[in-house]
Write a new protein. Structure first.
Length: 468
């Protein structure tokens, strides 16, 4: 797989590529992941010269120092992301016009492009949750206008096999948060959401292909009033852990008593804290869970688990104090974490940990004048060679992106560019089982639009049908 060049791809070649997508030998084989990194707010890096770098210390065991140069030995067989910024920014292209196959065996609702209009809802600011099951099929979950959880799924691993959105059978009808999703140890998608009566409920895909829902994950109400969206992660021991914020700003967590959720949940445990946004969990290379958040003072804060104990909340270095959205952690090619944030001024900054204790801040992210501020929680995606790409919504409704020119290239990001599409909600990027990056987002008219990598350029938006 190679990055876009400045030469515009042939439309006929793109159409043929889309039709035979799954058989293309230019894509590296990727093993399905059952662990999902929850991403909510985002983006990162910096151009050399004028970059502000801050350092802070946290009580976290030391880890291998981060490198800023690409390690060729880590390559997975696809091309390096060494294309120039100007060439990459000009690589938007018209999508292939081929229709998609029906989503047989999933929702029973085949879909073609373009799709019919979706039911009216209020998508601005809503998040989508995307997860891949153990077989590599992607599921996208969203909050509907009827306050139920709806989903679409891929009948194949390629980007064109999406079903129409439909209500998850058994979904509560009083959901008041965006859903969170993860694949459990067996690879089955699991959904968490907050309801109007102050509970966090969960549902999951059964082995027989149906759906099942529990009541509250602890069998009762939380010890306080929950607010915002829950966060969820699969821990190293195979259990799913859930995090939520109370109206006081404190963070609570609970976990499955055993892997795959057959024996209930533990009691809620308070981590304290004073968050102004949602808790965002992330699994670090040690297998521990780190939880990031936006404090009431507008700074990036985190609590780190180590050996089953929590260290307590700490501010991450000397970063910005005007965060507008939730942070977004992502793993680089070395496996170490980078945390991306968006500020109230509409810029994006990042922090990365060197050795796990020293954190470096880079401001701003990437160069490039977009003519509009970032106005969403953007979303980072890791390509199969390990380099990161970031998507974000602009205040004027356009879709922007930037990317590392090399894996681990923390100071060598391309200038911001634009993709086709007009998102009205937060973009949700992911990599499907074929290794192909895709990005989903709410758009005008209460649709969900899809952009995906064609091999030489990004597609034009395709609309996924169904009722939201």
């Amino acid at each position: 797989m190679s990055e876009p060049s400045g030469e515009a791809p042939d439309v006929g070649a793109r159409q043929q590529f889309a039709k035979s997508f799954g058989a293309s030998t230019s894509w590296s084989s990727v093993q399905p992941k059952v662990r999902v990194r929850v991403i909510a707010g985002v983006t990162a890096v910096v151009v050399a010269g004028g970059a502000a770098i801050g350092f802070g210390m946290l009580d976290k065991p030391s880890k291998t120092p981060k490198t800023s140069a690409v390690d060729a030995a880590r390559s997975t067989g696809i091309s390096s992301a060494a294309a120039s910024s100007a060439a990459r920014a000009s690589a938007s292209a018209t999508a292939a016009t081929a229709t998609t196959d029906a989503s047989a065996g999933r929702s029973g609702q085949g879909a073609t492009r373009p799709q019919t209009s979706l039911a009216a809802s209020s998508p601005v600011g809503q998040r989508l949750a995307v997860v891949r099951d153990g077989a590599g099929h992607a599921y996208a979950f969203a909050l509907s206008g009827a306050r139920t959880v709806v989903y679409a799924s891929q009948s194949s691993t390629g980007p064109l096999g999406w079903s129409a959105f439909q209500t998850v059978p058994g979904s509560p009808s009083d959901v008041v948060s965006a859903p969170a999703a993860v694949a459990d140890q067996d690879g089955h998608p699991e959904i968490l959401a907050r309801t109007a009566n102050g509970q966090i409920v969960d549902g999951w895909r059964t082995a027989s292909g149906g759906w099942s829902w529990d009541g509250a994950v602890t069998g009762g109400a939380l010890p306080g009033t929950p607010t915002g969206d829950p966060g969820v992660i699969l821990r190293a021991d195979g259990t799913v852990a859930v995090f939520c914020r109370l109206s006081s700003g404190a963070v609570l967590t609970t976990a499955q008593a055993a892997a795959n959720g057959t024996t209930g949940w533990t009691d809620w445990t308070s981590l304290g804290g004073g968050l102004a946004g949602n808790p965002v969990p992330f699994q670090d290379p040690d297998g521990d869970v780190d939880v990031f958040g936006r404090s009431g003072a507008g700074t990036l804060v985190a609590d780190f688990e180590h050996g089953g104990a929590w260290a307590g909340w700490s501010t991450i270095g000397t970063g910005p104090n005007d965060l507008a959205y939730d942070p977004a952690p992502a793993a680089d090619a070395d496996g170490l974490g980078e945390v991306f944030v968006t500020t109230r001024s509409g810029t994006v900054d990042s922090a990365w940990g060197n050795g796990g204790r020293t954190w470096s801040w880079q401001t701003p992210t990437a160069s490039g004048a977009l003519g509009s501020a970032i106005a969403s929680s953007p979303s980072p995606v890791s390509w199969t060679d390990g380099h990161l790409e970031v998507f974000a919504r602009l205040a004027d409704g356009r879709l922007a992106h930037t990317w590392e020119n090399q894996p681990n290239a923390i100071t060598a990001w391309a200038a911001w560019g634009l993709l086709p599409g007009a998102p009205s909600g937060y973009p949700a990027g992911f990599r499907n089982a074929d290794g192909v990056p895709e990005v989903l987002a709410y758009t005008t008219g209460s649709h969900i639009e899809l952009d995906y990598w064609l091999g030489t350029a990004w597609s034009s938006p395709a609309l996924i049908g169904g009722t939201l």
